[in-house]
Design a protein. Structure first.
Length: 243
C-alpha cells in the first residue's frame, strides 16, 4: 500500500479480509500548507459562498478544524463517497456527489449550477486545475484555498530499499490510490535506482491515477470499476480469483 499512513486502515482491513498480507509503504505525507491565510480569510466569510467544493477527506478535516461553527456553509459538493461521509459525519449535508468519482465528473456536474455563483474550493496545494477552470468558464467566481500539501515521507526511501532488498520480501501487487502515490513511488524508485519486477501486479484506483502511472512508465494491470477503496479491493480479489 502506497497511500498516506493515516489512510491505510480501510484498505488494509479489506485486503486482509481477502486473505492478503499487507505491506505498508506510505509514499505521501500530509503536511500543512505554507500558509493558512487564504483559507482562514475565506472561512471568516463562509456565508458569502454559494458552494464549497471538497476533493478529499483531508480538505474536509482541515475545514472542520478551522471553521467557525456559527457560520453555516452553503451547498457542498464532494468528489466521492468517502469525502461525503466525512462531511456528513460532521453534521453537514452534501448537495452534490458526481456519478464518477473524479475531478472531471465533479466539474461536469457543477457547471450547470454555478453561473454567477461564488465557489470556495478547499484543496491540496498541488491539485489539478480541472474543476476551477471549468467553473470559471461557466461564469462562477472561484476562490481557491490551500488546506494541506503532500510530500514524500522522510523514511520512505529507506523503507522502499528494505522491502525490495530480498526477492522473498517483495510484494505480489502494489496498490495506487491517487496520482500522488504513483508520482512519488516513481520518484523513490528512480532515487533508489530500483525497478518494479515484471511479475508484480500494479493496481490503480481509477483513470486519473492510471494515466499518471503510465506517464511514469508503470502500466496498470488492473483498474477499479469506480474510484473507491472497496471497488479497488474487489477488482484485486477478482483478478487473483481468475488467474
Amino acid at each position: 500500500m502506497t497511500r498516506a499512513s493515516g489512510r491505510v486502515s480501510e484498505l488494509a482491513a479489506l485486503l486482509t479480509e481477502e486473505g492478503a498480507t499487507v505491506i505498508s509503504l506510505p509514499t505521501i505525507q500530509i503536511i500543512p500548507p505554507e500558509s493558512y491565510a487564504a483559507l482562514d480569510t475565506a472561512l471568516e466569510q463562509l456565508d458569502r459562498f454559494d458552494w464549497i467544493v471538497f476533493t478529499s477527506i483531508h480538505a474536509v478535516e482541515v475545514f472542520l478544524s478551522r471553521r467557525n461553527p456559527a457560520i453555516a456553509p452553503g451547498q457542498i459538493a464532494v468528489i466521492g463517497p468517502a469525502t461525503a461521509k466525512a462531511v456528513e459525519q460532521a453534521g453537514l449535508s452534501v448537495s452534490l456527489l458526481p456519478p464518477r468519482y473524479i475531478a472531471e465528473s465533479l466539474a461536469e456536474a457543477l457547471v450547470p449550477r454555478v453561473a454567477g455563483g461564488r465557489i470556495l474550493m478547499i484543496r491540496a496545494a498541488e491539485a489539478r486545475d480541472i474543476i476551477p477552470a471549468a467553473l470559471i468558464q461557466a461564469g462562477a467566481e472561484v476562490t481557491l484555498a490551500e488546506a494541506y500539501r503532500n510530500q514524500i515521507p522522510p523514511d520512505a526511501l529507506a523503507n522502499l530499499k528494505q522491502i525490495f532488498q530480498f526477492p522473498a520480501d517483495r510484494p505480489d501487487i502494489i496498490t495506487f490510490t491517487s496520482a500522488s502515490t504513483a508520482r512519488n513511488l516513481a520518484t523513490l524508485l528512480e532515487t533508489a535506482q530500483l525497478s518494479i519486477p515484471s511479475h508484480v501486479i500494479l493496481a490503480s484506483i481509477g483513470p486519473i491515477t492510471s494515466q499518471t502511472m503510465r506517464d511514469r512508465g508503470m502500466e496498470p494491470d488492473v483498474e477499479a470499476s469506480e474510484a473507491t477503496i472497496p471497488a479497488l479491493v474487489r477488482t484485486i480479489s477478482n483478478y487473483f480469483a481468475t488467474r
